[in-house]
Design a binder for this molecule. Sequence first.
Ligand SMILES: NC(=O)c1ccc[n+]([C@@H]2O[C@H](COP(=O)([O-])OP(=O)(O)OC[C@H]3O[C@@H](n4cnc5c(N)ncnc54)[C@H](OP(=O)(O)O)[C@@H]3O)[C@@H](O)[C@H]2O)c1
Length: 230
Amino acid sequence: MPDSILLIGNSDGIGAAVTKALVAQGDRVIGLSRSPSPLGPQGPHHVVQDIAAPEYEDVLHRLLLDKGPFDVCIFCAAIGSRLTLPDLSKEARVMEVNLTAMVRTLAALIPGWLERGQGHFLGLSSLADDFYNANAPSYTASKAGFSNYLISMALKVRSHGVHITNIRFGFVDTELPQASWKPLMMTSDEAARQVLTCLRTRPIQLSVPKLAAAALHTLRLWQSFRIWWS
Ligand SMILES: NC(=O)c1ccc[n+]([C@@H]2O[C@H](COP(=O)([O-])OP(=O)(O)OC[C@H]3O[C@@H](n4cnc5c(N)ncnc54)[C@H](OP(=O)(O)O)[C@@H]3O)[C@@H](O)[C@H]2O)c1
């Protein structure tokens, strides 16, 4: 039987690629983002909503009543922000979109999934969760919090039949990454294929590419050593 899947942040990038792949395999997709559906008016049901807005929780609960229950939720929404001193005005919004909205989404879904004894949440984090980045403190910190929260929650709920998967990608060819050098970059279709594999295998965490994950972890160890030594 096809799954009923809620996709948060699916108008563009990896979320749009995942939407297309899921629709192609016959799943029932409900999308949500500030822009319309990537598949246009003929595409799956789509809600236009800012996930950092105060009404987001009410919109989610109404969506659950009208279109739920959902078997799966894939959280792809995020924004990046390059920090240029002295302007810190965008920092809090990055945390609200990337981290707080994910926590609110889980809070709306988990109680129903615990009652049903099933459900799968996949969150798109980043390999950026593992090192300090002076050029993007809010993005890096939001992803560190995102990964830690999801894995901790995965351990809390897995004995109740509810699965949580934290997906950590390196560079993917979307509008989001602002770095001038993007080694080992994946296409958004390849990223979508990895997400669909996680739907089947339900790991607690996936890190891709492994080489980039190892390199960034080594960088983090070096940064920690220098901070400790300073
Ligand atoms: N691209 C990469 O190199 C890369 C690497 C590692 C991890 N990731 C992660 O992968 C995920 C997807 O990234 P992407 O590259 O596909 O980004 P993207 O192309 O910029 O797409 C981001 C999606 O999030 C939605 N979104 C942003 N702010 C929103 C808001 N306030 N309310 C509702 N929806 C919102 C956007 O839709 P609207 O603008 O229409 O709202 C869009 O559909 C993110 O979590 C990102 O951190 C990406």
